[in-house]
Design a protein. Structure first.
Lengths: 281, 136
């Protein structure tokens, strides 16, 4: 009987040791997989580590698990584990880093509002660099939400201490103002009344002239028909064609204006992204 | 055990900083939806095969096609029911079947371009237009 108990204790002890070894080696394996970019395997291995440790692992394991999911394009699951890591983190600096990664994951999902909300969890009172990074991301998110005015305000504050960048930023502000002044609907209505003028308004002379000549040709043809045949014939034969190209023209005017606006905004955005805290410090 | 885990993770995290900055910038740059909306394909890139002509007739037809696309079709809203469009189809037909048969094929396509019998064609999932490529 006594020998039986001893045997059971010995077996259970050896099993425990086996499990402990297995967790460590799994963790090494998980890290190896993460390093070589095999994120699917690393995620599975980190999940295994957490499962066999019954969740009693350091927050950094959760962070790496979330990273694995994020890099494996499973952003929803990544956010879940960033949340756990964030609440288990034992210092502000680590917590802030996790929050930043969570924000980027929300951005990947194009959930800009959630990203903005997550930014407010940051504890920035002790670290200027964190504050700097937070403002940068806030500005970028507002821009992505098409809230250009707020984005400019945030960047104004963000760059207030950087004289060189502030000058460059003024130029970007002017560009944005230029984009703001482009009115696609105005271009469209101008082209409704004077074909081609909407395109020309924003510098697209080739397209404007093209539209003007084409519609003028149809108008001439219409009057020719009316004079040579009858009003009804002109109406039936030429007007459908005129209507088709006239409509195409004013739709083009609106699209071209929108395109120009988007192009300017895109250029400004690319410049703003390059104002990353690490680049301008 | 816990200490070992932290140690392993700390070693693996070291040196990640710079790469992280680059990946952050790349990710943010890719989020730019304005750029995707603004980028428009050039006519010569879109119809690159137009330049591949084997005789003068094909050269003239290709020139007419590009003129039509540049100055007339560009002023029109989407009106063709098919993909490839009737003009593209006619050009391909002329190039592959010769001027006579190709023109006839092109006119046949124009007479079918009316959306009156969509059940006869598959729908292209990308453009939502009726699929009718040139069949030889």
């Amino acid at each position: 009987m006594k020998r039986g108990y001893l045997l059971i204790i010995l077996i259970s002890l050896s099993t425990l040791e086996l499990v402990a070894q297995s967790i460590e080696s799994t963790l090494v394996y998980a890290n190896e997989q993460f390093e070589v970019g095999n994120y699917q395997n690393s995620a599975l291995a980190f999940e295994r580590v957490i499962f066999f440790s019954e969740g009693k692992v350091d927050f950094s394991v959760y962070t790496k698990l979330a990273d694995s999911y994020r890099l494996n394009n499973n952003a929803e699951r990544a956010i879940k584990f960033y949340d756990i890591a964030q609440y288990q983190a034992d210092n502000d600096s680590a917590r802030n880093e996790i929050i930043f990664r969570k924000v980027f994951t929300y951005l990947q999902l194009k959930e800009f509002d959630q990203g903005l909300i997550a930014l407010f969890d940051l504890k920035t009172n002790s670290n200027e660099q964190t504050q700097f990074r937070k403002e940068y991301l806030k500005g970028i998110i507002y821009y992505l939400k098409d809230d250009y005015e707020r984005s400019i305000d945030v960047f104004d504050e963000y760059l207030s201490l950087q004289e060189k960048e502030a000058l460059k930023f003024n130029e970007l502000k002017n560009q944005l103002k230029k984009a703001e002044n482009i009115k696609p609907n105005l271009a469209m209505w101008l082209s409704v009344f004077i074909p081609g003028s909407g395109q020309m308004l924003y510098g697209d002379f080739k397209d404007g002239l093209n539209s003007m000549m084409l519609t003028a040709a149809f108008v001439t043809l219409y009057f020719n028909y009316v004079m040579d045949f009858s009003l009804v014939e002109g109406y039936l034969v030429v007007l459908p064609w005129f209507q088709r190209y006239h409509r195409g023209g004013y739709q083009n005017a609106k699209e071209n204006a929108l395109e120009k606006q988007e192009l300017i905004r895109s250029k400004v955005y690319q410049e703003l992204v390059l104002m990353h805290p690490e680049k301008i410090k | 055990m816990r200490r070992n885990i932290i140690l392993i993770l700390l070693i693996s995290i070291a040196g990640v900083g710079k790469a992280q900055e680059i990946s952050e910038i790349a990710l943010l740059q890719n989020l730019d939806e304005h750029h995707h909306a603004a980028s428009k394909e050039k006519l010569s890139d879109k119809y690159h095969y137009v330049k591949q002509n084997t005789n003068e007739l094909q050269f003239v037809m290709s020139g007419l096609f590009l003129f039509y696309k540049e100055f007339i079709s560009s002023q029109d809203s989407q009106s063709c029911s098919f993909t490839p469009s009737c003009s593209e189809y006619a050009l391909q037909a002329v190039k592959q079947q010769g001027i006579f048969k190709g023109m006839l094929n092109g006119f046949d396509r124009l007479s079918r371009c009316n959306s009156l019998s969509p059940e006869k064609y598959e729908v292209d999932p990308e453009t939502r237009l009726l699929l009718d490529p040139l069949k030889l």
